[in-house]
Design a protein around this ligand. Structure first.
Ligand code: SF4
Length: 389
């Protein structure tokens, strides 16, 4: 298959679903205690809601939404640190748009910009590098976020900055590594995950090998999946086959994009620039060993924390929000008491509602509309007519 339409072919989807229903019916799972498949990546979460895949699954299977959105796992205190750095008059602070509206304890970066901070939305760290060249009298800071998907481009940007001996460019390094995050999730007593759909984009960089501990140490099957509906249905079928055959391995459904070894050049750049740096705290996940990423000594001069020493700002999450529980699959977005009332995409309380990859934003975009339509008198009338017919 070469074109998007082919990955959304209704006939192929029907065939896959028939196989899925047939195989799932043979598993020792029920609607009350379904096989829980965590889709780690926010891109998968959006595809599930956009195409209604969760509604097509047999009742013995359930998707639970994982922590694979880097903005969503960012603790509030890091946003406060960003605002503190951006408040320095000489700083041009660059960020991806997703992070702009994430609330910190003292407001978001968008609000800091309204207060006068020079905060600019960029599409790549290379845009930040260009700004540094164009503004030699200013300090340009890039807010470096993301799992292994975005780390290579930050690494390459810093390699370029080093070659050019730029002294007015630095990064606030908040990259996070996926594997310690998954290990931490699996180590929590009250989190039940039976199988994983692994993110295609991260895997494109890492390859399949880093996931093997999930099979070997935790006994969970995992399939690296693409993002189109047929990709995901096929991946779920692969997982169900594994469970049915009592096998437990890492499989790669997304072979057209994910090489088995990953991207070796990207891995080399990441090794040169980044190092895992002890424990780090993430929203909803708590303290995770060896999950923080910092710059190697050769690149330490690009570390903004050395230049501005922002205050460490531990901030407890608001007890009313259930962001952490949604991130770890303990509850669904609409079960948060703030969902759709105190927390909407226009007035977000938590990052999962702000980020375009957040589970709450996906639920709100696709399921909230359904709930609204279903509650409209006209819709109820139409339903009644069709029932009467
Ligand atoms: S609705 Fe808002 S506060 Fe509640 S879990 Fe989602 S993002 Fe967090």
């Amino acid at each position: 298959m070469r074109f998007v339409d082919e990955f959304r072919d209704p006939q192929l989807a029907k065939t896959l679903l028939e196989q899925l229903h047939q195989r799932a019916g043979l598993l020792p799972y029920t609607a009350d205690k379904p096989l829980q498949i965590m889709e780690v990546c926010g891109g998968h979460t959006h595809a599930i809601f956009k195409f209604g895949l969760d509604k097509l699954l047999p009742p013995q299977l359930e998707f639970i939404h994982g922590p694979g959105c880097p903005v969503c796992v960012l603790p509030m205190g890091r946003i406060d640190a960003c605002c503190e750095i951006a408040a320095h008059p000489e700083v041009i602070f660059c960020t991806f748009g997703d992070a702009l509206r994430v609330p910190g304890q003292h407001g978001s970066l968008a609000q800091a910009r309204e207060r006068g901070a020079d905060i600019r939305v960029v599409y790549s760290p290379l845009d930040g590098l260009r700004l540094a060249r164009e503004n030699p009298a200013r300090q340009v800071v890039f807010f470096a976020l993301g799992f292994e998907t975005t780390q290579p481009v930050t690494a390459v940007t810093l390699q370029q900055a080093r070659r050019e001996r730029l002294t007015n460019f630095s990064i606030f390094c908040q990259h996070i590594s996926l594997m310690p995050t998954l290990r931490s999730l699996l180590s929590q007593d009250d989190v039940r995950i039976d199988a994983f759909l692994a993110p295609g984009h991260v895997s494109m960089i890492t390859g399949a090998a880093p996931y093997h501990f999930i099979n070997q140490e935790f006994g969970k099957p995992l399939v690296i999946s693409g993002f189109e509906p047929l990709d995901m249905l096929q991946s779920v079928l692969m997982l169900v086959k594994q469970v049915g055959e009592a096998s437990c391995k890492t499989e790669n459904q997304y072979r057209r994009v994910v090489p088995e070894q990953g991207n070796l050049l990207a891995q080399k750049a990441m090794r040169e620039v980044f190092t895992l740096s002890g424990s780090s705290e993430w929203r909803g996940l708590g303290m995770i060993e060896r999950s923080g990423i910092s710059l190697t000594s050769a690149y330490a001069m690009f570390d903004v924390e050395r230049r501005f020493s922002p205050q460490a700002q531990p901030v407890a999450d608001d007890p009313r929000s259930r962001c952490g529980e949604v991130l770890t699959g303990r509850c669904k977005p609409h079960q948060c008491p703030l969902f759709g009332t105190g927390c909407t995409p226009h007035n977000a309380f938590g990052a999962l509602m702000v980020s375009s990859e957040g589970a709450c934003a996906a639920w709100y975009q696709y399921r909230h509309q359904e709930a609204t339509i279903a509650s409209q008198p006209q819709h109820k009338q139409q339903q009644k007519v069709s029932q009467d017919e």
